[in-house]
Ligand binder design. Structure first.
Ligand SMILES: C[S@@+](CC[C@H](N)C(=O)[O-])C[C@H]1O[C@@H](n2cnc3c(N)ncnc32)[C@H](O)[C@@H]1O
Length: 500
């Protein structure tokens, strides 16, 4: 018996992406996978690639990864379409022929074997990176991924050991299932073509939006397709524990059929213990900073450190500094950095972003996710503090340095207004320069020795004083691009500037 292999052959995939993340994902598949026939749709990116599967599952801007079974134009259901008519339309459009399904199932099986082999080679490291451990549908949303209006990021705290064990257990379970599936599906003839695909259990999961969703629920659509697939393939439906999941995505723009390749979303980072900002958005912000070897990158409101960890994972030869005013956040950031084994390259410092203890022009990139509401505002009014914060970020950047900020739509409008204001008188230095370390590296080294007293001294400056300080240097920040991205319940705007 010859086992089918996809060595060297190109496979068509699609990934789901959060709203506004499609452009980042398109760039990523082109750059990292040299993907071909890349097609960007709302919430999805389709591409062909012959890259090793672990490189594809390593995509950072994607939510979930699927093997593409079929893509078609959107279904136009007549008004007051009966269930039977809808089922007929759906099946005649999407079912296709048996060979297509067999070929997809066999390719899927090959990819599962490749994934399984990668896990064998990479041991726990791979499993930690991808964290294959939970329900097949993997559709459970991490509550921390949703930024509620005025409540902001929530933090999911998981003891590291527990998370590692869960991941390793899941890894073994996934391997068992993948092998058992392969033994059922990989019956091939001597010429390498599939002879039979037997004893396969499956379930259809459906995501509908647009006009179809106004007539039928996702469950109803799944029920329309399930029996037809069963009849065509001789497969048995199993809603609880199927060997094969088939995902159907229907919108006003397209119909897509696919088979998910991993249980958990790619966006679930197993190297992050406590999640803050959505990891995909954090990665996208870091990608806009074009970090080069030797760069010093600062997140002046680092929270639990998501942006720095995403950036440091991708850029081995740069150094990173996280600043936050909140002890609890810094504690979690510290744990996260240790969990991701990045303690050598990410340093943390307690300070206020309105008075950063860093010399002017000492930083190559500033990446910052500003608080949107009450939870992380520490009682401060972000709108009132924005001029000062901007002033400090601009001050520490070197000429040519890059500023990437994530703001609420309201703060984003304010920022645009500020940056179009006329320049004013030169600003006072934010801190007594004598008290400052001379380089970011020095700050990193001395951060542990910066006493709370020193920090309090910074914070004791009268707020009114700080707010009235003129900030003429904004005119040096040249706007490059803005992206609107979904943070769950609300949207955020990522702005990129270069200091000239
Ligand atoms: C939106 S959260 C950042 C979340 C972060 N990106 C993450 O993934 O965890 C904003 C952070 O700014 C911090 N913060 C608020 N005011 C600050 C200030 N004046 N100086 C420094 N940090 C401040 C809060 O403690 C909070 O951790």
């Amino acid at each position: 018996m010859v086992e089918p292999s996809r060595t060297g052959s190109s496979v068509r995939f699609f990934c789901t992406a959060g709203n506004g993340m499609e452009t980042f994902l398109t760039e990523e598949v082109k750059k990292k996978l040299l993907a071909e026939d890349v097609c960007q749709l709302h919430g999805k990116v389709l591409f062909s690639s012959s890259a090793a599967i672990h490189r594809i599952t390593g995509l950072k801007a994607a939510e979930r990864l699927f093997l593409l079974l079929k893509k078609d134009s959107p279904l136009r259901m007549p008004t007051r379409c009966s269930r039977a008519e809808a089922a007929f339309l759906l099946q005649s459009r999407l079912l296709g022929n048996r060979d297509q399904w067999i070929s997809a199932a066999v390719t899927w099986s090959c990819l599962q074997r490749e994934l399984s082999a990668t896990r064998d080679l990479g041991g726990t490291r791979w499993s930690q990176e991808r964290g294959e451990s939970e329900d097949f549908a993997g559709s459970r949303k991490h509550r921390s991924e949703l930024r509620e209006p005025e409540s902001e990021e929530q933090h999911e705290e998981k003891p590291s050991e527990k998370k590692r064990m869960r991941v390793e257990d899941g890894d073994a379970e996934m391997k068992r299932e993948s092998n058992s599936f392969s033994s059922k599906i990989l019956h091939t003839g001597d010429d390498g073509t599939s002879e039979s695909v037997e004893n396969v259990t499956f379930r259809i999961s459906c995501k509908c939006s647009g006009s179809v969703s106004r007539s039928f629920s996702s469950q109803e659509v799944s029920k329309m397709m399930g029996p037809a697939v069963s009849k065509l393939m001789g497969w048995k439906a199993d809603l609880k524990n199927p060997l094969l999941e088939v995902s159907l995505h229907l919108s006003d723009d397209y119909c897509l059929l696919g088979i998910p390749l991993t249980r958990l979303p790619l966006a679930n980072r197993s190297y992050i213990k406590t999640t803050g900002l959505r990891s995909t958005v954090a990665w996208a912000m870091a990608s806009l900073a074009h970090i080069q070897p030797g760069f010093c990158v600062v997140d002046p409101m680092c929270g639990v450190g998501t942006i720095l960890i995403e950036a440091a994972q991708e850029h081995q030869d740069a150094c990173f500094l996280g600043v936050d005013i909140d002890d609890g956040q810094l504690q979690r950031a510290n744990e996260n950095v240790a969990f991701a084994d990045l303690g050598q390259r990410i340093q943390l410092l307690k300070a206020s972003t309105v008075a950063l203890p860093l010399p002017s022009g000492s930083v190559d990139a500033v990446i910052c996710d500003l608080p949107f509401g009450k939870k992380f505002g520490r009682g401060t009014n972000m709108a009132a503090d924005l001029p000062l914060i901007l002033c400090e970020m601009e001050r520490i950047l070197c000429p040519g340095g890059i500023l990437v900020v994530l703001l609420s739509p309201q703060l984003s409008c304010l920022l645009k207004k500020l940056l179009t204001q006329e320049p004013q008188e030169p600003a006072e230095p934010a801190l007594d320069q004598k008290a400052k370390p001379q380089t970011v590296a020095a700050v990193c080294l001395s951060s542990s020795s910066l006493s709370d007293q020193q920090l309090c001294r910074q914070d004791r400056r009268p707020a009114a004083d700080l707010q009235q300080r003129p900030c003429p240097r904004w005119s040096s920040l040249k706007h490059q691009v803005t992206f609107r991205v979904s943070l769950g319940a609300i949207d955020g705007l990522i702005h990129k500037y270069i200091k000239i």
